[in-house]
Design a protein around this ligand. Structure first.
Ligand SMILES: C[S@@+](CC[C@H](N)C(=O)[O-])C[C@H]1O[C@@H](n2cnc3c(N)ncnc32)[C@H](O)[C@@H]1O
Length: 226
């Protein structure tokens, strides 16, 4: 299975982010062989909540891609048919499939460039709930220097992150630099008490240490195969 995320263990991060996001209704655009899709889908299945809508252009993309049928088979093999809905659509057009303020997490990984990131923020921002996560592959200044970005004269991502007004106004944003790098954008919450409750802040008053785990369970819970 091909994925630039494999070498630095980004799969662990995607699993953690899926769980932290709710999990609720999630979207991934850009599947290739399905590495990140399967991890997000498995995290949702394991938690018993949420759903993943997974998009790609498949055979309609002229560069490296997998076929629709190969990914559909893989979803079935991983027992994720009830959790993952596979769709063929473009990264920007797909946003029209969702109502505003309904999504917990959106992950965009389509050979990202500054132009793609700008368009995706515009398309998906209104769909994310407060506290929701907008994730992009790439974003580090070093990732902007990779060969194909230069060869095809693509617009760099990092300057777009620094100048994007929607991102500045609506999100708290971090770039993780290890290759291939990733941008984590957490949509800022509102002062609405219903929003704060959904983010778990109703539990902060009175009994802030509401989560408990026995010492002997700690590593077993976080590292089940250790
Ligand atoms: C870098 S790969 C995705 C890697 C994958 N997320 C992983 O974990 O390995 C990029 C994928 O984006 C798809 N793609 C490219 N442009 C797209 C677009 N505009 N809309 C939807 N999918 C697109 C390609 O077909 C390809 O499968």
């Amino acid at each position: 299975m091909r994925s630039s995320y494999i070498s630095r263990g980004y799969g662990h991060l995607l699993k953690a982010l899926t769980l932290v996001s709710g999990p609720g209704v999630c979207v991934e655009v850009g599947l290739l062989d399905g590495y990140s899709m399967l991890i997000i889908g498995e995290a949702i299945r394991h938690s018993g909540q949420g759903h993943l809508y997974a998009y790609d252009l498949f055979e309609d993309y002229p560069y490296t891609h997998a076929t629709y049928d190969a990914i559909a088979d893989r979803i079935t093999r991983f027992n994720l048919d009830k959790v993952v809905t596979l769709r063929r659509n473009d990264a920007i057009a797909a946003a029209a499939d969702f109502d505003d303020l309904t999504l917990a997490m959106v992950h965009i990984d389509i050979s990202n460039t500054g132009e793609i990131v700008r368009q995706a923020i515009e398309a998906w921002d209104s769909k994310l709930k407060p506290g929701g996560l907008l994730l992009f592959e790439g974003g580090s200044p070093l990732r902007d220097e990779v060969g194909w970005m230069k060869t095809f004269n693509r617009k760099a991502i990092f300057p777009e992150l620094c100048s994007n007004s929607l991102l500045r106004e609506n999100y708290t944003t971090t770039v993780l630099h290890p290759f291939p790098s990733m941008v984590l954008c957490s949509k800022n919450p509102t002062t609405d008490t219903a929003v704060q409750k959904e983010l778990g802040f109703d539990l902060a008053e009175g009994r802030s240490l509401h989560g408990e785990i026995a010492e002997e369970e700690l590593l077993r819970d976080l590292f089940p195969n250790a």
